[in-house]
Design a protein around this ligand. Sequence first.
Ligand SMILES: [Fe+2]
Ligand SMILES: [Fe+2]
Length: 135
Amino acid sequence: MPVMQWTEQLSVKIDSIDNEHKKLIELINKLFDAMSRREGHNVLDTILKELTDYTEFHFHHEEEALEKYNYPGIAAHKKEHESFVNKIEDTKKKYEEGAIMLTIPLVDFLTTWIKEHILKSDMGYSPFLVKAGMK
Ligand SMILES: [Fe+2]
Ligand SMILES: [Fe+2]
C-alpha cells in the first residue's frame, strides 16, 4: 500500500504543478517500498537521489513561476523550500557516507512535510497563479 496518495484535495488547480506533486509523492512511495523490501544501499541511494533531484527541480519550477508573476509571498515560500532541501540533502549525504539508516520516521517526515506544504503554502499561491493564467 502506498504510504501517501495524491487526492483532489491536494490540487492547486494548475496541471503542471499537480503533475509534479504527483511525481514527488510517487517517489516517496518508491522509497518506502524499497525500504520495506529491504533493498540494499545502492538501490535506496539511487531512489533518494532521484527524490532529491526531483524535489529541487519542482521547487525551482514553482519559484520561477512565483517570480514571473510577482507573487507577494515569494520570500517566505522560498525559505520553506530551502529548509526542506537542506534537510533532504543532508539526509542523502549522511546516508551516502553510511552515517545513518533510512527509517520510517524519515518517510513520515517527508510525507507530512509535502502534504502540509502543499495544503498550507502551495495552496496560498494557487488563486494568484490561476488568475495569472498559469497552466
Ligand atoms: Fe509544490
Ligand atoms: Fe512550494
